[in-house]
Structures are given as structure tokens and as C-alpha cells.
Design a protein around this ligand. Structure first.
Ligand code: BGC
Ligand code: NOJ
Length: 810
């Protein structure tokens, strides 16, 4: 069942009912100011850090779900309703929510009034703009009382939801221009140099800033006193819960429409300039921001700018094919999700509260893979930030804090795959840009300026960290966990409330990871290439030799007969072997070893992928392991804590499905790769939204596996490495256009379902138009570049400004 439709021309998903199976959200902002907005106008905004600079209060995990947002109450002769349906839930004659790239427009109509609310963050500004258009669609005049509403969060979101003994006494506001501008200045009197405001570009009949007055202490969101009475109370908050509400009298002749522009902004003020006079905040910066968005024309211009920005970004990779679901995924929604994950890391979504996790070392490197073609300069900055948190021995903090950019001691290090992801990230950046100079950048270890070394030296330590930490079989030690955060082979957690990952950590040097081994072999050629490029021929030679050796070790000790083993545990027992009672096979080493080319020649790769098909594939995607663990194993950790079929215990991790998809292309089975991809690509799941439940325009981290009670149900949409990896799989391996160090590789492999298609790729300043005639047979492509045949699958990079025509037959 569908709850809306794709409008590809406008790059929008159009939700046609407020009753979707879960709140379907969008993100606004992509620089410093961000907002989450659901199809019912729920959500919140923040400046840079979702925990420390949150402007709006939002109630996670509440009843009903999705409470807190930008709400407009319309009182039409005593009939009170919201164009966003929530919170009154008064029935609407028409409803539509258009989620677009960086904006959302919600329209509701009831009894002859249509109200349309556009929300976006204008580029270069720290504000959410709300443009409200109200139209009288009836044949009689209308006299409406309209009330805006937002609730302020007292900045630190964690403190805000826990520290009431203080916070009920700190709230402060100021009111200006009769209530058209409402300022939130809690804690500004002491250490904060920032405040927020909510402005409307029109005179108001009244205002409110005290929540209790607005609602009435015992009323719920659907029945605020002020909206029911149809008159603002002009309340001035003092402590408790400050809000901002404007009261507007709107007179409309039949057919008439009026437009109001609201600005919800954040400003910082230099310490010496904080006050206009004692107790009165300096409003100059707010006025300047308000000025910029005080007319519909300014709103239109800012929206145009936003649209142009996205058109430019998305033109870096575009496909035209007969499969519209493929087109919209590659051209619009997948890169959009990659941008959002790059901006947010794993901080704020409807599944992450914005107060928990910092930036992951592994996560951030992976996010780069799907982002680097959009804004390479920002990827470069991110690489330096990440590398600066690495330890001198090559190991890495698992997470770092976005505001301070320092490693997070609570989580610490010891996730032994982390260091190798840096090589992945840097190689992807250089492939895209050709910027080898980044390798000479001087970068600190653990943010200590005394320890600066070149970025290449960081890569070297990453690479050697694996070699310095091999176990009894010559495979890499796993540490606290590898990519699978929940496979904790050294932690032995027996106490509730402690973290599965950061507890214990017996320093045994037995638990080994075949996944990391595959990763090592996978990054070695890139590392060797870069070493050679810098003139370190010996290092390159050594890397190639170690990689060949590791391949051999995998085949000797990491091969289980029909698939790759997952690991050896603390006691040296096999994990992910036919000898085990449960979890005999895991997805991760099959994907990563084969992507690295291990076992391709000897036939193991094909065997392993056939085993994946037989044991792990389901109607909704490939599960992580099978059979799931049915009881807790202290020696395996969190993985066995989940009920069967959920999360890392046999859930469908949309994050590692693309590894198998890419692996299938490595052995040339494009049809199977494409079939797997379609099972998890959101646009193809639109028809089964009642099962999947989450947004049909973005990937979710996990879909419940075949052993779960709710097989097919997704969780954790938006912020997941799934976005980047699926973009890599579809754009670089299935459609097969992949930047390499010395040219663009063109090697499509996606079976025969999609016949002819064209990819337009901008890379290093040139544009490549690649026309593919795809027979589906696979094998080596036949290429001509500007009419001349070339051998192999490499199109050499052209000079900036050039347009290159490539014909490809495969
Ligand atoms: C979750 C994992 C997640 C990890 C992140 C665990 O508690 O179950 O899914 O990847 O935390 O660190
Ligand atoms: C989510 C984490 O963010 C990611 O780094 C990890 O690899 C997966 N969970 C699997 O555990």
C-alpha cells in the first residue's frame, strides 16, 4: 500500500495522508543550522550541535508519537484545526505534504480555508523560515484567528529533559513590536552569547510566551485554551516553559489569499555587545536576519537559490534509464540522504535523539564514500578532522565530538577495523579529486599539535596497526568489535546497564576477525598505489606482499568449506562456521573478502555467494547471520542480546547488503546484484509501505529478518552508512561508473533488465556522457571515447572544462 507518490520533476515525495505508518520526515539546512520536520510539522531545529544548541523542544518516544513542532492553529468561527493535521487531528478535506530537497511544504484544507506552510532553512543563514499562505476557498468572507506555536528548548537538550529543579526557574523571554517578535533568552544573562527569536512579518493581535497560559495546565496539544478562545493572552513567561506564539486576525474575502512569513532564528552576539541596555538584549543581529526574510519575494528568491544549489550538486552524477525507480534513487534521494548523513553523522533523527553519539571514526569515513562527489572540499576537511583523532600507534578513538573535534574517552578505542577505514576514505577522496597533496598535510595524533605528521604517515600507521595486531592464525585481532559493533569477542559483559562494547576487554590476543582480514586485503592495493606515488617503493612492495599473504591466510584459516568464517573467539573457537550450532554463516566476510578479490580465482567466492543466496537471502533482503542466536552468549556479546531477526542478530542490515551486491558484480553476476539491490532500495518498497513502515524515499539501517516476528518492518531510517554504501554499489558497480586514480572506470554490471542507459558524470572539472548499450551478458565492456576505441575499461581523465562522449557496449 502507498501513502503518497514521487514527483520526480519537482524532486519531491508527496505524502497524501497524515496517517502514514510512521512519521515520515525530512531535513532542512545543510551548513550550520539544521532542522528535522515530519509530515505533520513535528520535529525541531538546532545550531550545529543537536544536543548543546537545540532551539525547539521535542518529545521522543511519546504518546502520541511525534510531539513538538511548528504548529499553526486556525480558529474559524470556533472550529479549531491545523493544516498539518496534528495536533488537533481535526479532519481535513485535503492534505498534502511535499518533502523536497531542503524544504517541506504542508497543505491542509478544511471547510473553505486552505492553509499552506512552507518550511526551509535559507542558505547561508541560521534560521528556519515558515511561509504560511491562507486562502479563503469558500464563497463567503472569513474572519480567522490564527495562532503560531513553537516551544523553546532551553538549549542543552539533555539537561532540558532531566534538570527540572533548575530549569523551571531559568526561562526568560523578551517581546518586541507588540509581539511580532518574541525572543528566547534563557541563560543569556550569564554564560550564553546566543539567543533565538520567532518573528512574523505582520502586526499581531496578541502573543503568548508562557506554555501554561497558552494551553491551560491540564489540556493537551489538541485543545490549547488560547486557540479555542480565539484570543492570545499576552502572557510573559517567567521560568517554567517559555514558548512563542503569535496571534493573527486574518480577514479574507471569498477567493482571497494572504501570506505571512515567520522567521525562527538563532544569533550569536559578541560578549562586549550583548546588551542594548541593562537587562535588554542587543537585537541588532536579529533585526538584520529578520530583514532578509520579511517578504514573500525574499522567500521566493531564497527558495530559488536552494533549488539551484541542489541542481548543481546532483548534476555530478545522473542516470537516464527506462527504470524510473532507479533514476529517482540515483539522481535524487540517495545522494540527498548521503548529504544528510554526512551533515548529521548519527546524531539527530527520529531514532537518534541528538544527545547521544558523537561522530564515528568508521561511520564518518564511510559517509565520505557517498558524499565525496557532491562537495569534495568538505570531504577534505572531514578527513583531516578524523585523522587528527587517531592515536600514534595507528589505533583510533571510536568516536569524536563534533564541536570540539576531540576523541571521546567514554567509548575509547579498540575497534580494530577503525584504522583501515581511514585508508578507504582518503583513497575515495583522491580518486574523486586527484588531490594527492592531501597526503602531505601535517596532521596531529590525538589532537596534540606536538605530534604532527603527514596524512600519509597516518595511513601508514593505520595499515601497520593491523599488521602489528595479528592473532594466532595470522588473522587480525578483533579488539572490542569490528564493523559489527555487537560482535564483542573480548568483552564478556555480565552486568546489566554497562555497555556491551566498552566493558571488560580481556586483553587476550586470540579473538580474530576474518572481516578485518578482508578489509586489509581490500585497502592494500590503494595504500600501495599511494605509497608508490609518493616514492615509497619499498612500502608499496611490502604492502602488496602482506596483502598476498593475508589472502592466503584467509583461504587457509578463514575458509569454512562453503563460505568464509566470521571470526575466532577468545577461546580460539570458530564463529560463523558449519560447526556452530547457531549463526553458522555471516554476511560481512562474504562481502568484504570477495570485494577484495579473495577466492575469486579459486572458486571460493562463487561458492560463498551461492551460500549467501541459499542461507541468508529473503524476500526483503539479505539477513546478517543464520540461524540467529537464540540465547545470550557472554563470549559473543551484544549480538546475542537481540531477539532473533532484529538488528545484528539476523536482521537485514541494509548497510552490508551492498557489499554482497558489489561482490556479485566482482564475479560478474549483474542480474543477481540488481535483484538484491531492488529488494532494499526504498523506491522499490513504496508499494509495501504498510509492511516496511518507514519513508519510501530513504534507506533504513535495518529491516527485520526472516526469523523476526515482524519480518519486513524497517527501523532507523536516514542516518546510516547504508546511504553511502548503496550509492557506491549502484553508481560505481551496477551502473559501473567509478572514478579511479588515473581515469574513470566504466564497467556496468547489472543484468539485462535495464537496457540502454546514459550516465552523466562530472569529475575533476570535466563532464563525461556515457551511453551504455547493455545486453545483460556482462563481461568486459567495449568502449569508445569521443569516437575512438580504447582497450580495457578506463577512460583517461580529460582536461577541466572538456565534455567527453563515451559509448559503452556490454
Ligand atoms: C547497537 C548497534 C550499534 C552500536 C553503535 C549498539 O548498541 O545495537 O546497532 O551499531 O551500538 O555503537
Ligand atoms: C551502526 C554503526 O554506526 C556502524 O558503525 C556499525 O558498523 C553498524 N551499526 C553495525 O554494528
Amino acid at each position: 500500500m502507498r501513502f503518497g507518490y514521487f514527483d520526480d520533476k519537482n524532486r519531491e515525495y508527496v505524502i497524501t495522508t497524515p496517517k502514514t505508518p510512521y512519521p515520515w520526515i525530512n531535513y532542512l539546512g545543510s551548513e550550520n543550522f539544521f532542522a528535522l520536520v515530519s509530515h505533520r510539522a513535528g520535529g525541531y531545529c538546532f545550531y550545529r550541535d543537536a544536543r548543546l544548541r537545540r532551539l525547539m523542544r521535542y518529545r521522543y518516544n511519546n504518546v502520541p508519537t511525534d510531539v513538538g513542532g511548528r504548529y499553526f492553529y486556525i480558529n474559524d468561527g470556533g472550529d479549531v484545526w491545523n493544516p498539518s493535521y496534528a495536533p488537533t487531528k481535526a479532519a481535513l478535506d485535503a492534505f498534502e505534504c511535499r518533502h523536497g530537497l531542503g524544504y517541506t511544504r504542508i497543505t491542509g484544507e478544511r471547510k473553505g480555508v486552505r492553509a499552506s506552510l512552507l518550511m526551509f532553512v535559507p542558505m547561508g543563514h541560521t534560521a528556519e523560515v515558515h511561509e504560511l499562505k491562507i486562502k479563503n476557498t469558500s464563497s463567503a468572507p472569513k474572519s480567522l484567528k490564527v495562532f503560531s506555536f513553537i516551544e523553546w528548548c532551553l538549549w542543552n537538550a539533555y539537561d532540558d529533559m532531566t534538570n527540572y529543579q533548575r530549569n523551571f526557574s531559568t526561562g526568560e523571554v523578551e517581546i518586541e513590536r507588540g509581539g511580532s517578535t518574541i525572543y528566547h533568552k534563557t541563560e543569556y544573562r550569564e554564560r550564553r552569547d546566543h539567543y533565538a527569536f520567532y518573528n512574523v512579518n505582520a502586526p499581531v493581535a496578541g502573543f503568548d510566551t508562557d506554555r501554561e497560559t497558552f494551553f491551560g495546565l491540564y489540556n493537551d496539544w489538541s485543545a490549547p485554551d488560547v486557540a479555542l478562545k480565539g484570543a492570545s493572552a499576552k502572557s510573559v513567561a517567567s521560568g517554567w516553559a517559555p514558548i512563542a506564539s503569535h496571534g493573527l486576525d486574518v480577514e479574507l474575502a471569498p477567493g482571497e489569499e494572504k501570506t505571512f512569513v515567520f522567521t525562527l532564528g538563532y544569533v550569536e552576539v559578541a560578549r562586549e555587545e550583548k546588551w542594548e541596555k541593562p537587562g535588554v538584549i542587543n537585537k541588532k543581529p536579529a533585526h538584520a536576519l529578520i530583514e532578509k526574510f520579511s517578504s514573500p519575494e525574499q522567500v521566493d528568491a531564497a527558495m530559488k537559490q536552494l533549488g539551484g544549489h541542489w541542481s548543481k550538486l546532483l548534476s555530478n552524477y545522473a542516470v537516464e534509464s527506462t527504470d524510473e525507480k532507479l533514476n529517482r534513487t540515483v539522481n535524487i534521494w540517495n545522494p540527498y540522504q548521503c548529504m544528510v548523513t554526512f551533515n548529521m553523522s548519527r546524531s539527530a533523527s527520529y531514532f537518534e535523539t541528538g544527545i547521544g553519539r558523537g561522530m564515528g571514526f568508521r561511520d564518518s569515513n564511510q559517509d565520505l564514500l557517498g558524499f565525496v562527489h557532491l562537495v569534495p572540499e568538505r570531504a577534505r576537511e572531514r578527513i583531516i578532522d578524523i585523522a587528527s583523532t587517531q592515536f600514534p600507534d595507528g589505533s583510533a578513538y571510536h568516536q569524536y565530538q563534533p564541536l570540539t573535534k576531540r576523541g571521546n574517552n567514554d567509548v575509547g578505542s579498540g575497534f580494530n577495523d577503525d584504522p583501515l577505514w581511514l585508508i578507504f576514505g582518503v583513497a575515495a577522496y583522491i580518486r574523486e579529486t586527484g588531490d594527492y597533496k592531501i597526503l602531505d598535510e601535517q596532521v596531529s595524533f590525538d589532537n596534540d599539535p606536538k605530534t604532527k605528521a603527514s596524512l600519509f604517515e597516518h595511513l601508514k600507521r593505520s595499515f601497520n596497526y593491523t599488521l602489528n595486531n595479528l592473532g594466532p592464525h595470522g588473522l587480525p585481532l578483533i579488539g572490542r568489535a569490528d564493523w559489527n559493533d555487537c560482535l564483542n569477542l573480548n568483552c564478556f559483559s555480565e552486568t546489566p546497564d554497562e555497555s556491551f562494547q566498552t566493558t571488560g576487554n580481556r586483553t587476550g590476543r586470540t579473538a580474530e576477525s576474518v572481516f578485518i582480514a578482508g578489509m586489509f586485503v581490500g585497502v592494500a592495493p590503494d595504500y600501495a598505489y599511494l605509497a608508490e606515488k609518493l616514492g615509497f617503493a619499498d612500502e608499496a612492495k611490502k604492502a602488496r606482499a602482506e596483502s598476498a599473504k593475508m589472502s592466503g591466510t584467509i583461504l587457509q584459516h578463514g575458509w569454512d568449506g562453503e563460505w568464509f568464517l566470521r571470526a575466532y573467539d577468545f577461546f580460539g573457537n570458530k564463529v560463523g562456521s558449519k560447526e556452530n550450532k547457531e549463526s553458522q554463516i555471516f554476511i560481512e566476510p562474504q562481502g568484504f573478502c570477495i570485494m577484495a578479490g579473495v577466492g575469486v580465482e579459486g572458486g571460493q567466492a562463487k561458492k560463498a555467494l551461492d551460500s549467501v543466496k541459499e542461507r541468508l537471502d529473503t524476500k526483503y533482503g539479505i539477513v546478517l547471520n543464520n540461524p540467529p542466536y537464540s540465547e545470550y552468549h557472554v563470549e559473543l556479546g551484544e549480538i546475542s542480546s537481540y531477539p532473533q531477526g532484529y538488528k545484528e542478530n539476523a536482521g537485514i542490515f541494509c548497510h552490508n547488503n551492498p557489499w554482497v551486491i558489489i561482490a556479485e558484480t566482482v564475479i560478474g553476476r549483474g542480474d543477481r546484484a540488481f535483484e538484491y539491490w531492488k529488494k532494499i532500495a526504498p523506491a522499490y518498497l513504496e508499494e509495501q509501505s504498510e509492511v516496511h513502515r518507514l519513508e519510501p524515499y530513504v534507506y533504513a539501517q535495518m529491516i527485520a529478518g526472516k526469523d523476526a516476528v515482524r519480518h519486513g518492518e524497517a527501523k532507523n531510517s536516514w542516518l546510516t552508512g547504508t546511504a553511502a554504501w548503496n550509492f557506491v554499489a549502484i553508481s560505481q558497480y551496477l551502473l559501473g561508473v567509478r572514478p579511479d586514480f588515473d581515469g574513470l572506470r566504466v564497467h556496468p554490471c547489472l543484468g539485462g533488465e535495464v537496457g540502454k542507459f546514459t550516465v552523466t558524470r562530472k569529475c575533476r572539472g570535466a563532464e563525461y556522457r556515457i551511453h551504455v548499450t547493455n545486453s545483460g551478458k556482462g563481461g568486459s565492456p567495449k568502449l569508445t571515447v569521443d569516437g575512438k576505441p580504447v582497450a580495457g575499461d578506463l577512460v583517461p581523465y580529460a582536461r577541466p572544462g572538456a565534455t567527453v562522449i563515451v559509448d559503452c557496449e556490454v
